[in-house]
Ligand binder design. Structure first.
Ligand SMILES: NC(=O)c1ccc[n+]([C@@H]2O[C@H](COP(=O)([O-])OP(=O)(O)OC[C@H]3O[C@@H](n4cnc5c(N)ncnc54)[C@H](OP(=O)(O)O)[C@@H]3O)[C@@H](O)[C@H]2O)c1
Length: 275
């Protein structure tokens, strides 16, 4: 029986991945932060072992590592799927909020991975699949903390892949906008970002509208799941996969000179057609 560890297991892409892999006969360690949702994971299958992890709290990552290591001899694949979006204009976004973003989307994944690394290296090397984002290409204003956290995630883990000389395979999956609860949650998470600041109100309204649109019209999350399942089964996966038309456009745009990128993004922002 293959063993897989998945964070962000109670919602969206992570939740679908848990269900998909357990149906394929895997033993799944499923990371949750909302204790009310633990039961649902347990009830789905006896081959799901839920573990508590709040990526913004270091001690829960340490506990999660011990919990998993105590219960399994080997780990075939780790999927770092949990994530959130911190948004706002760079002029007034509190730097502590940006630190929080990096803590959850970048550093916590690295800590968890380091804790599980040895067991991922057994049996000829396991896989680490990070659910990164097209935002890693860095072309979206007002969600710069999110973009930067995903870019940093990709850079740190790509280095890991090179350094460890094939002991593990590291894969970055970069979806475009996907229909999941992430967008509604991001509206809630960032609702006080401007405080009394009058500036950027128009842009904030546009951001909210865009997030609502993403929640309704993004790509079906099952498409990402299908891709991840395929990657998990490959002997020689590529280091990076881009999924969604918008993601592919962002990738192409990211190769242009920065001056051109900024021009295009400003124009799109003016025409309210970004994302
Ligand atoms: N949706 C998109 O358009 C999109 C596009 C590109 C990449 N992604 C990436 O895909 C991944 C999955 O997101 P999703 O779209 O499936 O959104 P989602 O439904 O909101 O799922 C995110 C998961 O991460 C968990 N999470 C958030 N903050 C956490 C924390 N501090 N500690 C532990 N767990 C935490 C959430 O827990 P709760 O269930 O408790 O909220 C949830 O299970 C994320 O990394 C996201 O950045 C999403």
């Amino acid at each position: 029986m293959k063993t897989i560890v998945i964070t962000g297991a109670t919602s969206g892409i992570g939740n679908l991945l848990v269900k998909e892999f357990v149906q394929k006969g895997y033993l799944v360690f499923a990371g949750y932060r909302n204790r009310n949702l633990k039961k649902r994971l347990e009830m789905f299958s006896e081959n799901i072992i839920p573990f508590y992890i709040d990526l913004s709290k270091k001690w829960t990552i340490e506990n999660a590592v011990h919990f998993i290591l105590d219960r399994t001899e080997k780990i075939d694949t780790l999927i770092n799927a949990a994530g959130c979006v911190i948004a706002g204009p760079m002029e007034c976004l509190n730097v502590d909020r940006i630190r929080e973003q990096f803590e959850v989307n970048t550093f916590a994944h690295l800590s968890l991975t380091q804790g599980l690394f040895e067991k991922l290296c057994l049996n000829g090397g396991g896989k680490i699949i990070n659910i990164s984002s097209t935002s890693s290409f860095g072309v979206y204003p007002f969600i710069a903390p999110y973009c930067a956290s995903k870019r940093a995630l990709d850079m740190l883990f790509n280095s890991m892949e090179i350094e460890c000389g094939g002991d593990v395979k590291v894969i970055s999956v970069k979806p475009g906008v996907i229909k999941t609860p992430l967008w509604e949650k991001s509206i809630e998470l960032n609702k006080d970002v401007l405080g009394d600041n009058e500036k950027y109100q128009k842009e904030l309204a546009f951001m909210i509208e865009t997030a609502q649109k993403g929640a309704q019209s993004g790509l079906d999350a099952q498409k990402v799941v299908d891709l991840v399942v395929k990657i998990e089964g490959l002997e020689k996966p590529k280091p990076s996969y881009v999924i969604g038309f918008d993601a592919k456009v962002a990738e192409v745009v990211s190769h242009l000179p920065q001056k051109w990128i900024n021009f295009i993004v400003r124009k799109m922002l003016e025409k309210r057609c970004i994302f």
